[in-house]
Design a protein around this ligand. Structure first.
Ligand code: HEM
Length: 508
């Protein structure tokens, strides 16, 4: 069967299918098969936590696709017109063309509201996925050498993505977004020395001016997406080149990568992920209302609606403004720096710089200069995990504070009292979170060591010949029966603490 080019399994290497003809044609002209063969043989390890990056990637794809559709209808102009569209409650109200075009897009363009909601939900999910992805990178130590560069790129993308989202909902010029732009204007003005100049740069004069929506539009649809797309490609190229990290456990080690090849398994997983993410986002867009600008009405600088909230990823910035005491601090005895600067510029800047510098700070902390391809389990580095949970708690309190006016209304709590409680929580909870997390990690480490040294508890109690009782331990599964190292050394792999069935049932 093999003389005519047909293998025993019926495979015909020289089949004349159209795909084969195209492939042969390309190969004759460019000779790229060698390059391609190497790439499709690349291997990707599997763990559920590696999916956050992919979810971020695919929500970004949906963001760009839905954004292109919206750009066809949205008009970035602050010219004032009277809304005379089909939505009766706002008919006759004066608003900018930006707001009116978004109203028309939502109410009169077929599928317009769906795509607007798809775009907004994609932004929310994108940022959630990016933050979860960053969490997994942090808590497993994936940012350590040689992958620091991807951490730096990641922080840049995170900051850009938050700003991109802010610009997106700000350029609609409805009552909610105008309130956010007003806060931005105040923060710019609070910057010492160059504040008024910065304000002029963005608003081209006094607030609100006549141009800020156009400027936000150019940054939102052109500048930042292009930079983000470039950074994402670079980020993925670095992952591809440096290879993916993996958790320890036979046969995965520092010198190999264990997982699925690019073709066919990894690619199929990845395409399924793209379809799944698009489907879930489509479902959300279809059934869950988001940013109903027709309820808010057009922006009017003399009005602020009760309970104005930014998107969830920007709440921490508002929380910082709310919790910082209303004190203007004098610098060098001559210059008064307003509270808005400390809360709105200095604190976020310090937090972002700390995040950016983390791989370097960590290197100083651990004095670890090694290259790492194996991931830690979060318990393995108790101090790092505790620092991470402490930072998350700090950010969480700021985020909760960002929405505290809603909490005060819903739970009927006096707002001032709630705010003082949040200030207290911001100082007390993060160190508490550090202490508790560290202890939990150390306890988990001890439990692993105990399992390795003494075996796994089977739940069976034996009576000894002396009439005393003892709990039966099953030696750790990994122990070499030929007399390997005793007790076996912890190598970073998960330790299965469930006894083999025959021990659990007491039949051994
Ligand atoms: C625009 C947002 C982002 C996208 C689309 C993205 C996408 C990805 C993807 C698909 C991977 C490979 C799969 C995985 O490990 O999850 C990855 C790996 C990585 N990402 Fe991101 N990422 C983003 C943001 C970030 C951020 C904010 C950080 C950290 C600050 C970061 C740091 C890393 C690192 C260090 C790796 C290599 C991890 C490893 O090999 O285990 N990324 N990214």
């Amino acid at each position: 069967m093999s003389g005519d080019g047909v293998t025993g399994r019926g495979y015909r290497p020289h089949r004349r299918t159209p795909t084969a003809a195209v492939a042969r044609g390309v190969e004759r002209r460019f000779q790229i098969a060698g390059l391609f063969r190497h790439q499709v043989n690349k291997v990707f390890p599997w763990h559920f936590s590696f999916l956050w990056g992919e979810i971020a990637l695919y929500s970004f794809v949906v963001l760009v696709g839905s954004g292109v559709f919206l750009t066809l209808f949205y008009v970035p102009s602050m010219d004032e017109l009277v809304y005379q569209g089909s939505y009766v409650p706002t008919s006759g109200l004066e608003g900018s063309r930006a707001w009116i075009s978004t109203m028309q897009l939502s109410i009169d363009v077929r599928g317009g509201l769906f795509v607007r909601q798809l775009h907004h939900w994609s932004a929310l999910v994108f940022l959630a996925a990016v933050m979860l992805h960053m969490g997994r990178i942090f808590f497993t130590g994936a940012y350590r050498a040689p992958r620091e560069i991807n951490w730096f790129l990641g922080v840049a993308m995170l900051v850009l993505a938050i700003f991109e989202g802010y610009l997106g909902y700000s350029m609609i010029d409805d009552l909610l977004s105008g309130t956010g732009v007003r806060i931005f204007s105040g923060i710019l003005l609070s910057v010492p020395v160059i504040g008024t100049w910065l304000h002029w740069l963005v608003f081209s004069g006094e607030y609100p001016g006549e141009i800020v929506v156009e400027r936000f539009f150019i940054a939102h649809v052109l500048l930042i997406p292009a930079i983000l797309a470039g950074l994402i490609v670079l980020h993925l190229a670095v992952v591809w080149y440096q290879k993916h990290t993996q958790f320890a456990g036979p046969p995965a080690g520092e010198g190999n990568v264990v997982g699925n090849r690019t073709l066919p398994v990894f690619s199929l997983h990845s395409v399924s992920m793209l379809l799944g993410v698009t489907g879930v986002l489509g479902l959300l867009a279809g059934v869950a209302q988001i940013n109903p600008i027709f309820h808010y009405g057009p922006y009017n600088p003399t009005q602020v609606s009760n309970g104005s909230q930014p998107d969830w990823y920007a709440l921490w910035l508002i929380g910082s403004l709310k919790l910082f005491p209303r004190v203007d601090i004098a610098v060098f005895g001559r210059y008064t720096v307003p509270a808005g600067f400390w809360a709105g510029v200095a604190i976020p800047l310090v937090l972002i710089l700390l995040l950016l510098a983390w791989p370097l700070v960590d290197r100083l902390r651990t004095r670890d200069r090694e290259l790492h391809n194996l991931l830690d389990r979060p318990r393995d580095d108790a101090a790092r995990t505790a620092i991470g949970v402490m930072a998350l708690t700090f950010w969480g309190v700021l985020t909760v504070a960002g929405a505290d006016d809603i909490a005060a209304t819903v739970f009927q709590i006096p707002l001032e009292g709630l705010r003082w409680a949040e200030r207290g929580a911001l100082l007390i909870l993060p160190p508490l979170a550090y202490v508790i997390t560290r202890r939990v990690c150390l306890r988990l480490q001890r439990s692993d060591r105990d399992a390795l040294a003494g075996g796994v508890a089977t739940g069976i109690v034996e009576e000894t010949t002396e009439g005393t009782y003892r709990s039966v331990q099953q030696p750790f599964v990994g122990v070499d029966p030929e007399g390997g190292e005793h007790p076996p050394r912890y190598d970073g792999a998960r330790i299965p603490k469930v006894p083999a069935r025959e021990h659990a049932e007491g039949s051994s």
